[in-house]
Design a binder for this molecule. Sequence first.
Ligand code: BES
Ligand code: MN
Ligand code: ZN
Length: 500
Amino acid sequence: MKIAFTEWKAPKDGAALLTLTAERKLGAVGRDLDRLSGGQIARALAAAPRFKGEKGQWLEIAAPAGTTIGRLLVAGLGAADKVDALTYEAVGGEVARRLGATGDTTLAVAVEAHAGVKTGLADAAARIAFGARLGSYRFDKYRTRLKPEDKPALAAISLGVEKPDLARKAFADLDAIAAGVNFTRDLVSEPANILFPAALAAECKTLSKLGVKVEVLGEAQMKKLGMGALLGVGQGSVRESQLVVMTWEGGKKKDAPVAFVGKGVCFDTGGISLKPAAGMEEMKWDMGGAGTVIGAMKALAGRKAKANVVGLVGLVENMPDGNAQRPGDIVTSMSGQTIDVINTDAEGRLVLADVMWYAQERFKPQAMIDLATLTGAIIISLGHEHAGLFANDDVLADRILAAGKAEGEPLWRMPLSDAYDKGLNSPVADMQNIAGPAVGAGSIVAAQFLKRFVKDTKWAHIDIAGVAWSKADKPTVPKGATGYGVRVLDRLIADNYEGK
Ligand code: BES
Ligand code: MN
Ligand code: ZN
C-alpha cells in the first residue's frame, strides 16, 4: 500500500476521510466540503443523532454533491482531551479494514485541527498511516482461490496535512516498526511444515540487509556449548535445532547490549507428554516469542535505533518419536544445572534456560528480556488482554509496563518468590521442569524455573501465550497472529536505552 503525505487537496475520486471529536464540529476541510456540497455534510450529521463523534463511531456519506469524492467517511475521535496517538492509529487501522471490503482503491485523509486535541497534526497523520499499515495486514498467501473481489483493493492512501514534511519524518520510524510487527505476524502465521527451525533461521538471515549481524548455531555447536536442555527438546524431531544470534550495534561501543531472548518452538506437540488432538494446530504459534524478538530486531534496525541490542532465539520442534526425550530423563543445561524432565510438554523453559545462559555468558547484557508463549495458565490468569510480566528488577519492570501502556500492548506484573521456587526442587536432580499439582500457579512456577538461569542480570520474562494471536479483529490487529511485543520492545529501547 502506497502512503503519501501532502497538503490537503480535495481528491479527484475515491474515498475520503474526515475526523470529528465528540463536539461534532467540522474542521476547516469539513466546512469547506460542506459549503461545496450545499450543506450536505451538516445535514447528514444532523440526520444521524446517534453518531456522537465517539471513539469507534463511523458515519458514511455517499458521493457528496459539488465534490468528486465517491465516499466520505467520518470517524469519531471521542472527547478532545482524551485523543492521543493510539486514537489516531485506531482510525487508520479501521478505515483500512473498512475499505478493504468496499473495493475503494484510494483514500484521501484530511488531517485537521480540532479544538482541545493535544496530539500535533504531523503526529496524527503519521499515526493514521501507521494504523493503516497495521490494520490492513493480511496473511492469505495460501488462499489460492480467493476471488479478486474478496481481496482488499485499497492501494494508496494520501494524508492531507499542514506540514507534510514533518509527518513524513514522523512516519519513517513508525513505518519501520510496522514492518517489524508485520514480519512477526508473517512468521507466526506460517505453518510448521514450512517454517521449521532451519527455515526460521533463514528468515532471520534476511535481517542482515538492514545491518543486523546474524549468526546461526546448529546442533553440533550447541552440543559443544553444553546445551543439553535445549537439545533434549529437539531430540525427537528430524528437523535440526538452531540457535540464532542477531546483533544490532547502533549504540556506543562501550555500552553493554540489551538482550532479547525468544522461545522458538516451531511446533509443540507436547512430545511424549503428548497434547490432546483438539486445538493442537495452534501450537504452530509456539515460536511466537522468537517471532517477536525477530520482528523487534527488524524494527530497531529499520529505524536505526541508537542502541546496542542483541536478539537470541532458540528454535526447536517438540515431537514424539523413537528418539524423543522421555519423562524422567535428566538433562544437563549449559549452566551445569541438571533438570529432571517430568513433563516433556514443559519444553519452552528448557529451551530458554540454555539460550538465556548463553546470552549472559557471551554478552553480559545490561538487561535481558525473554518472551515466550510459555504457559496455558497465563491465559487463565489474564485472558487475552494483558501479557504476563515477571521481573527481578522494579525499574526494568516499570519501564516495560510503561512501554506496553504507551503502545496499546498492556502487561500485568505477576509475583515471584522463593515459596513458588521450592516446588521445583527434585529428589534426583538439581531441579525438575514442573512442580507438583499442589503448587498451582503454573505461570509463576515457569518463571521461577527461568529465574534459576538468571545470573545477577536485570531480567524480565514476558509470557505472551494469551496475546500472540487473537480470535477477534481489532482496528490495528486483524485476527490471527498479532505481532504482540514488537512495539513494547521497540518502545522500551527508544525510551530508555538510546541516550535521548
Ligand atoms: N506452548 C505451551 C503453552 C501454551 C498453551 C501456549 C496453550 C498457548 C496456549 C507450553 O509449552 C506448554 O505446553 N505448557 C504447559 C506446561 C505444563 C506441562 C506445566 C501448559 O501450559 O499446559
Ligand atoms: Mn509445551
Ligand atoms: Zn510450548
